[in-house]
Design a protein around this ligand. Sequence first.
Ligand SMILES: [Cu+2]
Length: 459
Amino acid sequence: MLSRRRFLHSLTASAALLGLPARAGAEAGPAILAAGPSRHRIAPEGLPETDLWTFNGSFPGPELRFAQGGRLACRVENRLEAPTAVHWHGLRLDNAMDGVPGVTQAPILPGEEFDYAFDLPDAGTYWYHSHAQSVEQVERGLYGALIVEEAEAPEVDRDLTLVLDDIRMARGAQLAGDFDNLHDRAHAGRIGNVVLTNGAPEPRYEVRRNDRLRLRLVNAANARIFELGLYGLSGWVMALDGMPLAAPQALTGPMVLAPGQRIDLIVDVTTAEDEAFLLHLERNGGYAQAVFGVAPGAGARRPDPAPLPPNPEFPIDLAGAVPQRVLMSGGAMRPLGEAIHQGEVLTGRELTDRGLVWALNGQAGRDILPLVEVPRGASVRLGLANDTAFRHAMHLHGMHFAQVRPDGTLGPLRDTLLMAPDETTEIAFAAHNPGDWLFHCHMLGHHAGGMGTFIRVTA
Ligand SMILES: [Cu+2]
């Protein structure tokens, strides 16, 4: 892995050159994220390095860490030959900083830059990624973790972020170039053939027996839904999509992590063997997603962890919520007959010619009108029906929602919800954050293929 220390050193130098104020302690996030091409050793020695697009030449991009209640200030420089923009996934931030070209900002053109600056009211595990031509740019490596630290963090021996991805590698250890192919779009999305953790296949981390680890899992893949297990580690789910659970939930079975989602774990190294694993589960067994080398340790088992401190809350008024249905349609096996695209009714053939294969409420691609418009402070209740043969990971920008359980109670807060084929469910959220906020499938080819809309919260 790249040395974070070396990276921070080089940034301090750039900040000084630009006359930007130096920051200290947990506020010392980089002053600059430069998007540009870089080469990385992913394939075994003997094969070429892989050409990627990354932030600051690091794959994944540098892990950003800030203190809760602090402020992120970061200049994004575009050294690519394509327009870009950075979305700060899961953060309840100012709309103008959300990083969606054509909605919250103009794209950052090659050679240009954009200054992002916003407050960080919530602690948790978040991530940042390109939101311009994301089906290509995220696949090429334009993403990184963003951690907001609690003032009173739980005591652990190691706080480790594991950013999961898969890439589709072709000859010469280079990415297969057909990022936009219609077949992927209309099926489960671009699924890779090389699975990575922090940019490497099967990385190894050294720990000691009885160590307590905080593992922050982030799914940065285009479309892969990770099913994960632990071997030799046992513990609790502490947070989902950055938001703390009211009570730690003991881990008893596999974990499912859809694209865009995060899980915070606290685990103890309980194995008597000399290795433990984060397992990637497949139908017929599992293999190592990440390996932990286990050295003898002097420590004893610790008591169960206390819940993480709660983030600021915005109560959801379920009874008074504005209802809106969302019908998800299209894709292979149940293709769109016709749908509206930017105010025009198009046939299935015409839609396909434009790469559009999915629709929300009969709209293929983002309309000029919002899915729903509410005043700030209202609550919204979305009835979601997945009338497709595929799974989708529906992501809301700028606000967290809760799933409404059949008994009417609310599940934990999330920003991305995985839906099964033919599933219907409801989510609800407090519209506390003014602006136009995307609501889209985080399988990036599905979004590019039409599965996206937005919600307007008026001030
Ligand atoms: Cu989808």
